[in-house]
Design a protein around this ligand. Sequence first.
Ligand SMILES: [Mg+2]
Length: 269
Amino acid sequence: MPYLDDNLVVFTDLDGSLLDHHSYDWQPAQEWLNTLSAAKVPVVLTTSKTAAEVAELQRKLELTEVPFIAENGALIGLPDRWQKHESSTSGHIIGAAYEDIRHVLVALRQRYDFEFRGFGDVNAQQVIDWTGLPLENAKLAMQREASEPIIWFGNSLDFSRFEKYLHQEKLALTRGGRFWHVMGADAGKGPAVKWLSDCYAERAGKPVVSIALGDGPNDIGMLNASDYAVVIRGHHDHKMPVKEGVNVFRTEQYGPEGWKEGLDHLIDR
Ligand SMILES: [Mg+2]
């Protein structure tokens, strides 16, 4: 059982995990956020959202000094006091940069007549229609750096060909709630958690003890890459298998209540 004074790092999914699935509230988790903050344990938001969207949440959660993982693991945001990168992006990209992904997508569509639309093909109103987000949030969701959400309109045979051609370009498709996400084939929440855990270990000069909390299938890579996994009860029927060797706890409660339940069970204060 991990202790608060271990070299702990907490990785957490947002929607349905730290944030309530419906209200986006996190109050049940606030006491733990305070405790972790007082113990200098970083809480790394690990999400499909963009860096621009995460920045706002980090401010509200008072986590601006902590790295974050955005765009399903394709982008790792680093706080200012960490080393600066020369690139124009807000952090470390795993896989491919947005412009390169767009370049491949446009070329494949021109060549094979594939029927799909991505965020880079449409205006904010279309993104609002697809997602139901308010205008300001839709704009933040369109500020992409390392992955492209697309909607596929073609047939399944073309889709298999599309997937094959993406693989040849070292890109891959991840299924999200509404969209398919095109990103680097080696990117994902799992590789990002591994990369950041290694960073923390190097900075501290000792191994980290990582705890990951998530509710959905796109969190499995993150849960598998951690020492302790909290599978938060989800509003879905998907199996949530976690690989052997990871210490798993499955909560009874949903969302931030489950988040609290997981840490109550796991961390010895
Ligand atoms: Mg979730």
